[in-house]
Design a protein around this ligand. Structure first.
Ligand code: NDP
Length: 246
């Protein structure tokens, strides 16, 4: 499938994987709708995309708020008339050991990493069903398969994203031609670790951070691959590890 002129909503587009994916897809001719909470970062990215001849719209939205996600889709429809693809990328990873009972951080992860994905899907689905085509890409993680220190809750959220993706695919792909892909990266060099407040986890992860991680652009390429297959092909999962990661 050619993504030229496809309208693609990307959550968490203000940094890391979301930003790199927006740049890649816009460079390949897609119209990208950049969403997150940090307006300045999104406007900067929009400018970069437009300087390169691409098309972008900025819509500020918090994925944990249903009304924001509905507004995100409504603004996209108002501007471009339709939406073809949703990339549910926004996520947080405040890792901590369970015994520390950082329950506010657990809740945040559930709200952003799981409910944020549900809110995105609920907002966009009526349009994709009406179009009888489309693609939903959810960013899960290798954490859906593998526990790592401090990751009990984070890994659980990513298992939920992976299994929700499979449920979506089985319900939507045969009936409506809507493809669903779960992207499962290992360690990627982004700001994701900045939300960790548990010093013991930070100590444990210090060694791991010495390895060469994936770059956000590597994940953007994987997403592009999943999106550009012929319509008969659904890429269910893309599991990507840094060469140096166990
Ligand atoms: P970043 O921290 O660079 O990006 C996270 C993005 O999520 C930001 O754009 C942030 O935007 C957005 N975000 C956070 N909370 C909200 C919210 N409530 N509403 C809307 N947007 C929100 O990290 P990554 O690029 O690494 O993370 C992207 C995804 O990739 C996440 O789902 C993460 O779990 C997953 N992932 C990352 C891996 C890694 O090693 N980096 C490995 C595997 C998966 P803003 O603050 O402006 O709202």
């Amino acid at each position: 499938m050619d993504i030229k002129d496809k309208v693609i909503i990307i959550t968490g587009a203000s940094s890391g994987i979301g930003e790199a994916t927006a740049l890649k897809l816009a460079t390949e001719g897609a119209t990208v709708v950049l969403s997150a909470r940090r307006k300045d970062k999104l406007n900067e990215l929009k400018k970069t995309i437009e300087t390169k001849g691409g098309k972008a719209l900025v819509v500020i939205a918090d994925v944990t708020k249903k009304a924001d996600m509905e507004k995100l889709v409504a603004k996209t429809l108002e501007e471009y008339g339709t939406v073809h693809i949703l990339i549910n990328n926004a996520g947080l990873m405040p890792l901590s050991f369970v015994e520390k009972l950082k329950t506010d951080e657990w809740e945040k992860m559930v709200d952003v990493n799981i409910k944020g994905v549900l809110n995105g899907v609920a907002a966009v689905l009526p349009t994709l069903i009406k179009n009888k085509q489309g693609h939903i890409v959810n960013i899960s993680s290798t954490a859906a398969y593998q526990y790592f220190p401090g990751g009990a809750v984070y890994c659980a959220t990513k298992v939920a994203v992976k299994m929700f993706s499979e449920g979506l695919r089985q319900e939507l792909a045969p009936k409506y031609g809507i493809c669903v892909t779960s992207i499962e990266p290992g360690a990627v060099a982004t700001d994701l670790m900045n939300t960790i407040t548990d010093e013991d986890v930070l100590d444990t992860l210090a060694e791991m951070q010495k390895m060469t991680m994936l770059e956000p652009e590597d994940i953007a390429e994987a997403i592009y691959y999943a999106l550009t297959q012929p319509s008969r092909v659904n890429i269910n999962d893309v599991y990507i590890m840094p060469t140096e990661q166990q």
